[in-house]
Design a protein around this ligand. Structure first.
Ligand code: ASN
Length: 538
């Protein structure tokens, strides 16, 4: 099944925050060197192909001062070039100097550029990379595009390095696949960003995700585990949350005193991640437990996670259950980085009560923790779903039938999705190799609000483009299906790629102005097309 985007150019924004990847050796050791990375990439053919640039120097995206890769041939897909812009921070940071405000800055930069780019790469130092990827996974709410955090253990300035592979791998994945999650790419592997931690300071294989399998493996082929990719099923537009709260991590050790714990939990501390022994166990000394209970009673949210990198906390032991009785929340198999950033995120939401924060800490919000019982292999698709959604053609003809009949029978897809979300999530995003169209394109073109709703609820990706580079929103607007345009916009869709660059929309809008077709103009305006005031009446 083909799930890549056949449209032949993708636009990626690289937010370059610093890290070893662009460092040179200074008097005091490695430091980030301003402009070095961009200039080096500009001079390397694999990162910038002047021929591809000159071919498209007349396109409207040339003003972005972009770099463009040669055409790729990843996974046997048709060649695609990846046009990218580097937003370099000043000053560049060693990631040990990153603060929670920097996570908010990255989230804000993604939000500001969200509709212009297809995907985002954050170049970052490895030391605190997993904190940033965890934090971003929460700050970026209702994400519909790929975000990849990467960097290197050896700088690009060295002959032998991992910078080239990491950046090229991240660019290739970002340019070809819509994986609407915050991911971390390192050593040929794409991980869910809130499941990783840095386990080696000297191996090129520096990150591990002990409790969750990688999302993509890059070998000779690029293999995406679509069954594990999260897709939005709610109709909400992307937005960045831009606050953080005062939280901390405390690692228990044998002999820890109650005074240390009390000092740690003193105001203004609002939340604490308690790293406990093994399966969530702690000393049962009365003075220690009293210090923890006092804090819980004051409304401090305390979450227990394990000091072991693999496995989960549980209530199997008396020494673990004792903590839960105090009001401490079990954090399942979350990494320390994830638990800390999630707690900071939730506590910074003014509308959430302490009780709600406690409940949400134990609830998966972005696939960051495994719920008990969810480890069992996914059930096979129900036979009736298989019948209905058997092949790509099957899915498309089903959608054509349901949407062109304009019946309310479309929720059959929604019902199927509820029974087996992974399988149906893949089916609803399958792409017809000839047209590059996904079912959402077809339903939008046919103007079936019921079918469009059902597909979105089943995890259809709103940003997919067909072989002509058009989104479902473009087709809905072109056909004048106003209510479908409304739904797609609520679900986060925007016109992009060929919709705007080929001049198609401008042309159609001009025609509508000329023929005084106010209805068409209203639909295009709703879809986000720019309509010049002077265009409206000439
Ligand atoms: N100290 C560097 C950093 O985190 C380490 C690296 O990027 N490999 O910025």
């Amino acid at each position: 099944m083909e799930l890549s985007q056949p449209y032949d150019e993708s636009k990626v924004l690289i937010i370059y925050t610093g890290g070893t990847i662009g460092m040179l050796v200074g008097h005091q050791g490695y430091v980030p060197e301003p402009y070095f990375l961009t200039e080096t990439l500009f001079s390397q053919h694999r990162f910038h192909d002047p021929l591809e640039e000159s071919l498209f120097s007349h396109s409207s995206s040339a003003h972005l001062h972009s770099l463009v890769t040669p055409r790729t041939t990843a996974s046997g897909q048709m060649g695609k070039r990846i046009r990218y812009v580097i937003l370099e921070w000043n000053p560049l940071l060693d990631s040990s100097n990153m603060e929670p405000d920097d996570w908010v800055r990255i989230a804000t930069e993604i939000e500001l550029n969200y509709s212009t780019f297809d995907a985002f790469i954050v170049l970052h130092g490895t030391d605190t990379m997993s904190y940033t990827s965890s934090a971003l996974s929460f700050l970026l709410e209702d994400l519909g595009k790929t975000v990849i955090v990467t960097g290197a253990q050896i700088p690009l300035s060295r002959l032998r390095n991992d910078a080239v592979d990491n950046l090229l791998g991240a660019l290739t994945i970002a340019g070809h696949f819509i994986i609407p999650e915050v991911c971390l790419f390192f050593n040929h592997t794409l991980y869910r960003g809130n499941r990783v931690y840095k386990f080696s300071s000297n191996d090129l294989n520096a990150f591990d995700s002990p409790n969750f399998a990688p999302l993509v493996h890059v070998g000779i082929e690029i293999t995406v585990d679509w069954n594990n990719v999260i897709r939005q099923t709610g109709l909400r537009r992307f937005k960045a949350h831009k606050r953080n709260s005062n939280v901390a991590t405390l690692r228990l050790f044998p002999g820890i005193t109650a005074a240390t714990v009390r000092a740690f939990l003193a105001p203004p501390m609002r939340g604490l991640i308690l790293e406990t022994f093994g399966a969530g166990n702690a000393p049962q000394r009365a003075d220690l437990l009293e210090a923890l209970k006092d804090a819980c009673d004051r409304g401090v949210v305390i979450v227990t996670i394990s000091q072991c990198s693999k496995g989960t906390v549980s209530a199997d032991y008396e020494t673990g259950r004792g903590l839960l009785k105090l009001g401490i929340v079990p954090g399942g198999d979350m990494t320390p980085e994830c638990a800390l950033t999630k707690l900071g995120y939730l506590l910074s939401k003014p509308d959430l009560s302490v009780a709600q924060v406690r409940t949400l800490m134990g609830t998966p919000l972005r696939g960051e923790l495994t719920q008990p019982g969810n480890n069992i292999p996914k059930a096979a698709a129900q036979p009736d779903i298989e019948d209905a959604l058997d092949t790509i053609q099957g899915v498309l003809s089903q959608v054509v039938r349901l949407s062109s009949a304009r019946t309310t029978a479309a929720p059959k897809i929604g019902a199927a999705a509820r029974r087996n979300s992974a399988v149906v999530g893949n089916m609803v995003n399958c792409i017809d190799p000839a047209s590059g169209r996904a079912p959402l394109h077809v339903a939008a073109m046919n103007g079936s609000t019921a079918c469009v709703n059902a597909l979105l609820e089943a995890g259809a990706l709103v940003h997919l483009r067909d072989a002509l580079g058009h989104t479902a929103l473009y087709y809905a607007a072109r056909q004048g299906h106003e209510s479908v345009v409304d739904i797609l916009v609520i679900a986060g869709a925007n016109l992009g790629g060929s919709d705007v660059e080929g001049g198609f929309v401008t042309l159609i809008v001009k025609k509508a102005v000329h023929s005084q077709d106010d209805r068409a103009l209203r639909v295009w305006q709703k879809a986000g097309a720019e309509i010049q005031q002077n265009e409206r009446k000439d």
